[in-house]
Design a protein around this ligand. Structure first.
Ligand SMILES: Nc1ncnc2c1ncn2[C@@H]1O[C@H](COP(=O)(O)OP(=O)(O)O)[C@@H](O)[C@H]1O
Ligand SMILES: [Mg+2]
Length: 371
């Protein structure tokens, strides 16, 4: 996949900017808070619909303006010609998407285009919160399976409703199942919860099985060691019986205590939980291996590489890991890297790369003489 042109109007700190990507490698240089991440986010939104940072579309729209427009030309190896994509983003969250002037549902973007973004936060995935690891799975699943985002929405909806039902029982001073005379309503929520929860957990556990060998392979390459490695899904299919076993705890707390909202992934290295036992370096290698595995799974799905966005992440890695990452992504892949300075780490790689600067929402080509 290749993005050739990009135009941002009223997106984040860009009033109006246009870029053409002339090489398969692009380096974006800029000081902090100039718009590097915003620029990569625009490509991410255009290729996978969701922003990884924004929880609401209104955050994507420039403070001074009422809407944002993103336009891009993206090609796929299969059709060679460039697709004209335009997306209008409104504060309400309703988007209008056109691909080659034909209206499409914004969510359909994930059927055709893909990108992988690797940010500094991703390096903390092993030590970070379980919700960060669930988000990783969910974002990848949404790109791999078109219906997954809806499955997840449906599950989250039922979870909210079941929880607010439990709270309403608390308000009636019902803290134990024996106090509940009419159980019809509870059993309706339970049935729906089990159904939606199991759809989500089935997908997550299958994805973890798929990721494990790919990640193991990369980890061994990065660490140059043949340590035992396992990826374990910390979650399970649930039944009505499982819900019955915790119902008194649910009533006491007013929340649902089992289900995918509690899922996690365990990274086991040398037969031990990496979050508790691995060194900082090993954790970073694992995080890197996980991102490379994501890239590979998407490559398998689309039969070509997604666009890779490396946001300020290289400077955080030591030299060996930088080299390995850059080596793993040599080839048929468009890579866009953001950085605050063209340090030693990018020297080798920057040969043949296009270099852009970004300054307070203004993008320019770096004067050759300044390199
Ligand atoms: N909706 C918005 N409208 C205007 N400015 C925004 C909006 N959202 C974020 N910004 C600003 O964009 C600036 C740059 O953000 P970012 O791309 O993350 O910087 P960096 O170059 O460090 O990656 C920040 O100063 C932030 O305040
Ligand atoms: Mg940034």
């Amino acid at each position: 996949m290749l993005v050739r042109k990009l135009q941002l109007i009223g997106f984040r700190n860009y009033i109006e900017a246009a870029i053409s990507f002339d090489a398969s490698k692009t380096i974006i240089i800029g000081n902090n808070a100039q718009g590097k991440t915003n620029l990569l986010e625009a490509i991410q939104v255009l290729t996978s619909y969701k922003s990884r940072r924004a929880t609401k579309d209104i955050e994507l729209i420039n403070f001074e303006l009422n809407e944002a427009v993103l336009r891009a030309e993206i090609s796929k190896e299969t059709d060679l010609s460039f697709n004209q994509i335009s997306m209008l983003i409104r504060p309400s969250g309703r988007r209008t998407l056109k691909v080659n002037d034909v209206n499409k549902k914004a969510k359909e973007l994930s059927l055709d285009f893909a990108s992988v973004s690797f940010m500094v936060d991703d390096l903390e995935i092993i030590n970070g919160s379980p919700s960060g690891r669930r988000n990783f799975l969910d974002n990848l699943l949404a790109k791999l399976f078109y219906s997954y985002a809806d499955d997840l929405d449906a599950f989250e909806d039922i979870l909210l409703q079941r929880n607010s039902y439990l709270k309403s029982l608390q308000e009636k001073n019902i803290y134990h199942i024996n106090q509940l005379q009419d159980r019809v309503q509870l059993s309706i929520w339970d049935q729906m919860f089990v159904d939606k929860a199991n759809r989500v957990s089935r997908h997550r556990s299958q994805l973890i099985k798929q990721l494990e060998p790919v990640m193991k392979n990369y980890y061994q390459r990065i660490s140059n060691q043949n340590h035992d490695f396992e990826l374990i899904y910390q979650g399970a299919q649930i039944s009505q019986n499982d819900l019955d076993l915790v119902i008194n705890k649910d009533l006491a707390r007013g929340i649902t205590n089992i289900g995918p909202q509690r899922d996690d992934i365990e990274f086991r290295l040398k037969y031990k939980d990496a979050a508790s036992y691995a060194s900082q370096g090993e954790k970073r290698s694992l995080a890197l291996a996980l991102k490379l595995a994501e890239l590979e799974l998407l490559k398998d799905k689309f039969s070509e590489y997604p666009i890779l966005l490396l946001d300020d992440v290289l400077a955080e890695l030591d030299e060996d890991r930088q080299d390995l990452l850059l080596e793993c992504i040599e080839g048929d892949i468009q890579v866009i890297i953001s950085t605050t300075h063209l340090g030693k780490h990018l020297e080798k790689w920057s040969r043949g790369a296009q270099i852009l600067t970004v300054n307070n929402g203004v993008i320019a080509k770096l004067d050759e003489a300044k390199i």
